[in-house]
Design a protein around this ligand. Structure first.
Ligand code: GLC
Length: 752
């Protein structure tokens, strides 16, 4: 007590003269009986020594407290004061009215740091999936830019804002493979390809954690949801998944490994039952793979009450069993539910070992030390005042919104629109929408900060041009003024129809059984098409939609996703040609929901193709409306013959593949040149008919041509067997350099 008073006195004196040290540094280090800092309080000591020193001083109750996380909101410091002072809390995350100033966080933290025996700081999490206040396009949209480095930049800004808001940790990236657009969370991930998913997962971790995760502007990343969540049967959220080990290894796990290899310090266990046992108690993935194979050193947090949910899953009879199987499987921190409170008596009863609990606590303490929370437990409260919506963030948000757009159709060069167009009609329920631009999981994003398409278009028009804006109908319900919209279309030179989904039809617990444009939007579309004007459709949606009728009857279709606060400006940049469309789909668009799951990297089956006794549908094609990798530009690109050298690759060698790509149109454009391979015969299981193994975004002026070169190592030709071994096997391969997963001619090569 004496020392604390002394320190307080000193601080007061210094403060009086304005010389107060940064009071957000921990000034209240208690000295031990030898008048020395404890090892765990000494930042010059190695982290593992600090963890050991602290762990051995902790009581069992204090250890269990570290395993517990709850939500917090304004005023939480009163609600949780006693719990924190007892050492019963290890972490909070922003729930409800999500906090955007660090005031409440610091108040909670002060209780933990100053009013508890050991002063172990809390760690504060938050769901910043694609921005905090500056909301960027949904991750599925950003993936369509095929620019991981751009995603790293947008997520760095997310980290800057999220940390300013008082958070040390974000529950992101969501890296679940997405093959089923009925599932609302497809918006949060990167689509159907593991190669691209790995690049985006790693870029996201680098963006969040930066070069130093202890930097006040960095936040700890969290790889979620481990694992297989996106394979929910029926596309219905939280539903059961059945994923063979072979498919898990080659399609669902690589993105998590890429994020962990990029340095992610946490993983979130998933809600779903995974091939017969719930992911949040599945020792095979949580321990055998994550720990024993991958040597992950961070900690696992359960998803929201996922430990408690082991009871309705039917694998735990009560809280004791739920806690026991989860902690033993490798779930270190329990989000919101409190079944881990049963652990002390289970240890006493010999049902759970002290070592198991100690290991979980060790992992959590390790991350808290590495994040620097013992040295800087408080967020500087001066940062948030000018941290949000900075000019650099908005410029990047506009760039990301434009680059996320995918041009799906452009008949008769309906696009780009001339800025000298005299009369433009912007019709449709999403034309002047702002909230809908933010998409799901929009953290502290505010509709008033979002630029609508109408505003974006207004910013492009020359003086004297007239923009008429009319919704024509509601997004989902039956209110409509289709007549009014038709007359606006008839008077216009250019008709833009902004259609799509409400943003709250994406995200958690938002599955759909039909994937059409909802409400009376198709009735509106037909009425506008009937005017005979060429119709430019802009889609704002969080998942692939089934739009065969729009594909047939629109002059142009631009997939804009939910582009964030600068959506209107980014989409207008593309519509008017200030930015050429460069996006390519990272997820297939089905013709019909009945085709799902449909994805490009499928197995060949024993009866490939279509025809008598083949795998046909009698009422639909077996191919998607738009394939993975597809996207148009405002020009044309021709691909020359693919050259592969050597055509017979020796072990240890590298293979070079080249193709000449030429801009044969009359506008400059950006092409995403894609490299695919196929392993014709693999001993541990079939390989996909195509696998993305590289891509290059190139910008060519009209008439310009470029030789695009890819290099593949032997390792790149391998795949996982069900036991997780990476196999590289001799045999025949095919290779494509092409514009999407359904185009190009393969060349053969052989691995000796
Ligand atoms: C939710 C989501 C998860 C999120 C967590 C905290 O249920 O499944 O993605 O990070 O709870 O909000």
């Amino acid at each position: 007590m004496k020392r604390t008073l002394f320190l307080l006195g000193t601080l007061f004196a210094m403060n009086a003269f304005g010389a107060a040290p940064d009071i957000y540094h921990k000034g209240w280090i208690d000295l031990n009986k030898n008048g020395m800092k404890d090892v765990y309080e000494d930042s010059t000591q190695p982290v593992e020594k600090r963890v050991d020193d602290l762990l051995k001083q902790m009581t069992l109750d204090e250890k269990i407290g570290q395993l517990h996380q709850n939500t917090y909101d304004v005023g939480a410091e009163k609600i949780y004061k006693d719990e924190i002072e007892r050492g019963d809390m290890g972490s909070f995350f922003g729930g409800g009215l999500i906090i955007e100033t660090p005031i409440h966080r610091n108040a909670l933290q002060r209780i933990a740091v100053e009013n508890t025996r050991l002063g172990i700081p809390l760690i504060f999490g938050h769901d910043a999936i694609h921005g905090f206040r500056t909301i960027f396009p949904i991750p599925l949209g950003q993936a369509c830019a095929w620019e991981p480095e751009l995603f790293e930049r947008t997520q760095r800004i997310s980290a800057r804002e999220t940390s300013a808001g008082g958070n040390d940790w974000t529950f992101s990236p969501m890296v679940d493979l997405g093959r089923d657009p009925r599932w609302g969370r497809i918006a949060e991930g990167f689509g159907e390809d593991p190669y691209l998913g790995c690049l985006y997962a790693a870029a996201n971790v680098r963006g969040f954690q930066g070069t130093n995760v202890a930097d006040p502007e960095s936040v700890v990343a969290c790889m979620k949801h481990f694992v297989g969540y996106g394979a929910a049967e029926g596309g219905r959220d939280y539903n059961t998944t059945e994923i063979s080990e072979f498919t898990l290894r080659n399609f669902y796990l690589p993105q998590f490994k890429a994020g962990i290899d990029a340095g992610a310090w946490t993983v979130m266990s998933a809600f779903n039952c995974l091939s017969g046992f719930p992911a949040s108690a599945n020792r095979h993935v949580l321990n055998d793979i994550l720990r024993d194979e991958w040597h992950f050193q961070g900690f696992v947090v359960s998803d929201y009450q996922a430990v408690e949910q082991l009871i309705p899953h039917g694998v735990a009879a009560d809280a004791n069993e739920a806690a026991r199987i989860a902690i033993k499987a490798g779930v270190d921190m329990e989000m919101v539910s409190s079944n881990y409170e049963t652990l002390p008596q289970q240890i006493q009863g010999g049902k759970v070992s002290q070592a198991t609990v100690d290991e979980a606590v060790r992992r959590i303490l390790r991350v808290k030390f590495i994040k620097g929370l013992f040295e800087k437990p408080y967020t500087d409260t001066t940062r948030y005042k000018d941290a949000y919506l900075r000019p650099d963030a908005l410029v990047l948000a506009e760039e990301a919104a434009a680059k996320s757009c995918v041009l799906l159709k452009n008949e008769g060069d309906a696009l780009p629109i001339s800025k000298r167009a005299k009369k433009i009609a912007l019709i449709g329920p999403l034309g002047d929408a702002r909230a809908e631009m933010l998409g799901c999981w929009a953290s502290r994003g505010r509709p008033q900060d979002a630029v609508s398409l109408a505003t974006g278009i207004r910013g492009k028009l020359a003086a004297g041009s007239k923009l008429t804006v009319t919704p024509g109908c509601n997004i989902t319900n039956n209110t409509a003024d289709i007549k009014g919209a038709v007359s606006a279309a008839k008077e216009a030179d250019v008709v833009v129809l902004a259609l799509g989904e409400p943003r709250d039809w994406s995200g958690e617990s938002k599955s759909r059984t039909h994937l059409g444009v909802p409400g009376r939007q198709m009735e509106l579309f037909r009425a506008i098409v009937a005017t005979g004007k060429p119709v430019i459709v802009v889609l704002f949606n969080g998942r692939p939609l089934t739009i065969p009728e729009i594909d047939t009857n629109a002059a142009a279709i631009l997939e804009a996703w939910q582009g964030g606060v600068e959506a209107g400006n980014g989409v207008a940049d593309v519509l008017f040609g200030d930015t050429g469309p460069s996006g390519r789909l990272t997820i297939s668009f089905p013709y019909d929901v009945g085709q799902i799951p449909i994805y490009y990297n499928h197995y060949n089956t024993g009866r490939p193709g279509i025809g008598e006794y083949k795998g046909n549908y009698v009422d639909a094609p077996i191919t998607p409306l738009y394939p993975f990798g597809y996207g148009l530009t405002y020009t044309k690109f021709d691909y020359g013959k693919v050259q592969v050298s050597p055509s017979r690759l020796n072990p240890g060698g590298t293979l070079t593949a080249t193709a000449q790509v030429k801009n044969t149109g009359d506008r400059a454009g950006t092409e995403v040149v894609q490299l695919y391979i196929r392993d014709i015969a693999a001993t541990a299981g079939p390989r996909p008919v195509r696998e993305l193994k590289g891509f290059k975004k190139i910008h060519l002026n009209p008439g310009e041509s470029k030789k695009v070169t890819f290099t593949l190592s032997m390792h790149d030709l391998g795949y996982f067997d069900p036991a997780g071994h990476w196999l590289v096997e001799p045999g025949k391969f095919q290779l494509w350099i092409c514009k999407d997963s359904a185009s190009g001619k393969p060349v053969d090569f052989e691995l000796q």
